[in-house]
Design a protein around this ligand. Structure first.
Ligand code: AFP
Length: 334
């Protein structure tokens, strides 16, 4: 009989057996995430041939121009989870307020927070894109959740992951028992286990940052970046710069090969650009589960107190050694 990698569904069912607390609902929730990935991957493969590039002409709650594919990806998440039965509330970078899904309540006991399309500046030039998701548990049966109940510390997440639309489409996730990666086999429409128990190298030799912002960084951040360019073979320096414009693609590269991604605050915008609840927290969960670290530069991302749904946070994420080095410079200890 031919050897066949486990499909996402088979892997989840096997994992369920190992964790009696896991229910079929959560397994199916992940499968629904995979369905959104298939829908978007299909659109992206033909984007240049369909009228789905460019902008909608509108701006989102962040005041950013909305690309047509941002709106399509957001609609796909809402539509798939409206009919999924497992999610009773959905928050998104593209929507000012969360969408409550009363049709899935009270049995639907999860809340989902997503960046439905990460790397929107890449939509029209065939560069990588992604989606990021964070899953919270909701156990009340007397009422649907309020917006405030979606605004939690990263340590409250029960699952997190991302879809990566690159040379292949991947789904990478954790439920707190390690990080697993699945690659979409388009011929059969199945995600197959391709990366079992991903571990990030303790130290890397790659950094991902938009150095166009260098002049607006703190002195500590500048000193850290400068330190990566020193010629010192013993410490693997100078590092290589790799920046794709897509957080998911850059973090995925570091997850497999080591290094650091940084989107620091600026002197005029100390909170930075990236969103805490549906970008930094889920990726921090993933990277910590793989043995890495995620920091604001001064504190652990997963312990940042969340106050607003679209709260921004500075992000230093990747190999433990590299993030700790960045923290030392930023805190004036280097
Ligand atoms: P967009 O989705 O608005 O393109 O933002 C992408 C992102 O959140 C992250 O994916 C990138 O690493 C980062 O922003 C790129 O931001 P800059 O264009 O300011 O470098």
């Amino acid at each position: 009989m031919r050897e066949f990698p486990l499909t996402l569904s088979q892997f989840i069912i096997q994992s369920q057996a190992a964790y009696p607390g896991a229910t079929g609902e959560f397994s199916s929730l992940l499968t629904q995430i995979g369905l959104v990935g298939k829908l978007i991957a299909q659109d992206l493969r033909r984007a240049g041939l369909m009228n789905i590039l460019g902008t909608t002409g509108g701006t989102n709650v962040q005041g950013e121009t909305v690309k047509k594919l941002d709106a399509i990806a957001n609609d796909d998440f809402v539509r798939v989870f409206q009919a999924s039965g497992y999610v009773c509330a959905l928050a998104s970078e593209e929507m000012e307020k969360p969408v409550l899904l009363p049709g899935n309540w009270p049995h639907g006991k999860y809340m989902l927070l997503v960046d439905p399309l990460d790397g929107s500046s890449n939509t029209d030039n065939n560069m990588p894109l992604g989606a990021i998701f964070s899953v919270l548990k909701y156990d009340r049966t007397d009422r649907l959740p309020t917006e405030a109940e979606l605004i939690c510390r990263g340590t409250e997440q029960v699952a997190a992951g991302y879809l990566l639309y690159g040379s292949s489409t991947m789904l990478v996730y954790t439920v707190g028992q390690g990080v697993y990666g699945f690659t979409l086999e388009p011929g059969i429409g199945e995600y197959l286990l391709s990366h079992e128990r991903i571990r990030i190298p303790e130290k890397g030799t790659v950094y991902a940052a938009n150095e166009g912002n260098y002049c607006r960084w703190s002195e500590g951040t500048k000193k850290y970046l400068d330190s990566l360019k020193v010629n010192d073979k013993a410490t693997g320096r100078p590092y290589s710069g790799r920046y794709s414009g897509c957080l998911v693609a850059d973090v995925h590269r570091l997850l497999l090969g080591g290094g650091i991604y940084l989107y620091p605050g600026k002197v005029d915008k100390p909170e930075g650009k990236l969103r805490l609840l549906y970008e930094a927290n889920p990726l921090a969960f993933i990277v910590e589960q793989a043995g890495g670290k995620a920091s604001t530069g001064t504190s652990r991302i997963l312990e940042v107190e969340a106050k607003k749904l679209h709260q921004r946070v500075p992000l230093f994420i990747g190999s433990r050694h590299d993030v700790e080095q960045a923290e030392m410079y930023i805190q004036g200890r280097a």
